[in-house]
Design a protein around this ligand. Structure first.
Ligand SMILES: *Cc1c(COP(=O)(O)O)cnc(C)c1O
Length: 234
């Protein structure tokens, strides 16, 4: 299987899931998660038409970014946990951060983006399963309210929605209630008309559960192994 054929197979599955949910497949972005993959594979995906990519480490992506300089209209998002001391570098190499989990990080990203003369798209990461080992904020976390309070002042960030990685279950149906919780949280927050942010994006669904996520309202699925194959073991 090639990356191009994997991409078209995933697009077809997205289209079928969208149809089942009476949704427009164009409302669902496909992010190719290229963490651990060499630049050559990212270029191969780009040549097959892919533009949106997700990476989970600032250091790893910084080492690849030079080799990707020709992919002018590619869109690289940070989707992994980001320490606030790495905010300046992240703001430099990425177009968006989909894993915001504190007001302090937002503050740092905003300052870094301002210096670079750019605006970063941002998603807030929610830990829907409340798992210790996962990053992201609880739905009732005081940090979440701090982010909402700061949002109008961060003029170089565009907070656009929520992201989650649910607890892993063998059966993708096990993720459904978590995806639904993220959508319901988004709906509750959107109803508050919070100033300085929009909540249109729901980034949820990975290789083994993205169809369920689409049925529950995902607007961005993050797919690694179904596009690039198994990741090399560290
Ligand atoms: C690795 C990763 C993915 C992709 O996982 P696959 O199972 O390979 O599709 C999606 N989201 C995040 C946050 C990841 O770290």
């Amino acid at each position: 299987m090639t990356i191009a054929s994997n991409l078209s197979a995933v697009h077809e599955r997205i289209a079928r899931a969208a149809k089942r949910a009476a949704r427009d497949a164009d409302d669902i972005a496909l992010m190719a998660v290229s963490k651990t993959q060499p630049a050559a594979k990212i270029i191969e995906a780009y040549e097959a038409g892919q533009r949106l990519f997700g990476e989970n480490r600032v250091q790893e992506f910084s080492e690849k970014v030079g080799a990707l300089a020709n992919l002018r209209d590619a869109d690289f998002h940070m989707i992994g946990h980001l320490q606030s001391n790495k905010a300046p570098k992240a703001a430099e190499v990425f177009h968006a951060v989909d894993s915001l989990d504190s007001a302090k990080l937002a503050e740092r990203l905003n300052a870094a983006a301002e210096k670079l003369g750019k605006t970063l798209d941002v998603l807030i990461e929610i830990n829907v399963g409340g798992e210790e080992a996962k990053s992201g904020l609880a739905h009732n976390s005081p940090q979440l309210e701090s982010i909402f309070a700061g949002a109008p002042t961060w003029t170089h960030l565009r907070i656009r929605g929520l992201m989650t990685v649910p607890p892993f279950t063998e059966d993708p149906e096990g993720a459904r209630s978590y995806f639904r919780q993220l959508r319901e949280l988004r709906d509750r927050l959107a109803a508050r008309n919070l100033p300085g942010l929009t909540l249109d994006v729901l980034s949820m669904g990975m290789s083994h559960d993205f169809e369920v996520a689409i049925e529950e309202g995902s607007t961005c699925v993050r797919i690694g192994t179904a596009i690039f194959g198994d990741r090399p073991k560290p």
